[in-house]
Design a protein around this ligand. Structure first.
Ligand SMILES: *[C@@H]1O[C@H](CO)[C@@H](O)[C@H](O)[C@H]1NC(C)=O
Length: 318
């Protein structure tokens, strides 16, 4: 009886042991596969409408010219006759700690990796990815994204870098979080890291890169592109445009008549800092002074404005 009893215990233990081993094996594999990707299953992934509004379109921003059609004109990149010039592009973004944003970033990351398949173009156009992550999202990045401080100069190997987004920036824009995705470009870490690139492509975390980017930067598009392929998605009406021109005048700026730029910028590094600076300064003014029932001309609108006439949620795009 006692013998039988201990045998049962041994069987029971063996079965439990097998279950534990099997479970751990599965878990271990999942850990490897999704290392650093500890997205909680408790929070459902959702894409908020505002993220969609602030996404995807890519106008070419050249301050001295007036619309997106300039893409088909000769580039400012020096074209050398002796050997093909390598073009260095940095795709830059900030990443909040929201689960849905981290999930979206993984698509961007994989699309960036996909570019590496397009040899020889991918050797001619070297695309780095630079992420300013709001903690704790830095821990959830792919392990291949190394600290930005490791970067010494632009080189021939496409690399993903990360830098912790300063908590002060997050605090400063706690009433309008989207602006952190622009303000990070004013940090000395960003300016130092990007100075040597030919181009900066500033994107939101829900962007996806296509190999067409390589073809475009190599000036090998077989035919002229349409402006609509570069954004220009309207986020306002005539009322909005007139209002923005008037605000520009009031603040002492020259409005260049360029509207509907959307959130993706393809610019040189110096311009990226200038535009980010203007966007945060003017954005702060708009958030502080251009919404509310006390503001002349929009007395009848709610405090958040009214889409698409005048809408607080797209201030960083104005
Ligand atoms: C941003 O603009 C202000 C005002 O023109 C200037 O004082 C400041 O140095 C600029 N900051 C950067 C990072 O360029």
């Amino acid at each position: 009886m006692i013998l039988l009893h201990s045998k049962q215990i041994v069987y029971a233990f063996s079965i439990i042991l097998i279950i534990i081993v099997a479970y751990n094996f599965g878990y271990y594999n999942a850990e490897i596969k999704y290392a650093f990707h500890t997205i909680s299953t408790a929070s459902r992934i959702q894409i908020s409408p505002s993220v969609v509004v602030l996404s995807t379109a890519a106008p070419i921003l050249k301050p001295e010219q007036t619309n997106a059609e300039v893409i088909a004109e000769p580039s400012t990149i020096k074209s050398s006759k002796q050997k093909p010039t390598v073009v260095h592009l940095a795709v830059v973004l900030s990443l909040s700690k929201q689960t849905s944003h981290i999930a979206e970033f993984y698509l961007l990351y994989e699309s960036w990796r996909f570019l590496h398949n397009f040899s020889p173009l991918s050797q001619q156009i070297v695309v780095d990815l630079i992420v300013f992550c709001e903690q704790p999202s830095c821990h959830q990045l792919p392990s291949a994204c190394i600290p930005l401080s490791y970067k010494k100069k632009v080189d021939m190997i496409a690399t993903c870098f990360h830098e912790i987004l300063d908590e002060k920036i997050v605090q400063k824009w706690n009433d309008y979080l989207y602006m952190t995705s622009i303000e990070f470009m004013l940090t000395k870490e960003y300016r130092k890291a990007t100075a040597d690139y030919d181009w900066i492509l500033r994107v939101d975390q829900d962007a996806i890169l296509s190999p067409g980017l390589l073809i475009g930067l190599a000036r090998k598009h077989p035919r002229k592109l349409y402006p609509m392929q570069f954004g220009g998605i309207g986020h306002g009406i005539t009322f909005t445009k007139n209002r923005l021109r008037n605000i520009a005048k009031k603040l002492g700026y020259n409005h260049a008549g360029i509207h509907d730029l959307c959130s993706t910028w393809l610019v040189n590094p110096k311009d990226s800092v200038k535009i980010a600076n203007l966007t945060t300064i003017i954005g702060r003014h708009i958030l502080k002074n251009e919404f509310g029932a006390h503001v002349p001309g929009i007395e009848s609108l709610p405090a958040i404005g009214e889409w698409p006439k005048w809408w607080r949620g797209v201030t960083s795009l104005y």
